[in-house]
Design a protein. Sequence first.
Length: 198
Amino acid sequence: MKWIPATRLAGLAVLAGCAGAPTAVPPAPAATAPAITGLALSSPGRSDNALLERPFAGRNPANPNCVGENLSPALAWTGVPEGTRSFAIVMEDQAGRAGLGVNHWTAYGMAATLRGLPQGAAAQRPAAFVMGANTLNDRAYLGPCPRKGNAPQHYVFTLIATSLAPDALPEGLTKAQLMEALQGKALAAGSLVLRFAH
């Protein structure tokens, strides 16, 4: 019988034990959702892309597609960037007017300390913001008025943090005029989509 050194026998035993034993694998780190950063706009109690109820549709006796009470949804925002002095907001239906688009609301001059608006605030004329002009050239908020039977239309609310003082812009600007005035003054934006059909 061939003699094998004791040190080699010990090494063979270790190898044999390793071959039959499962190798310990460190557990994978737990997956974590990425932290939300930046300006974020939401409607309390609703998810993004939620369907609005009938009272949130527009109200206009001259338009049979305006079947609601012209309530604006409550809005809230977080992640305000440093240097913000005021906010602006627009609400659009890009599919409105057969794809030409409808601007339902233009507002600006909201104080940097605001973190939201209560339900119905957009349809009023409070001191909280300066009212711009919508597609009808009214200094007012107009809720959704899609054609009856259409698929739910998408209403995009866009909040813009700006470096402008709240009283920097005059009342009655259209969306295009507001965007022009915000060139070089916009710091960040967040958006929310809500839908309506009847």
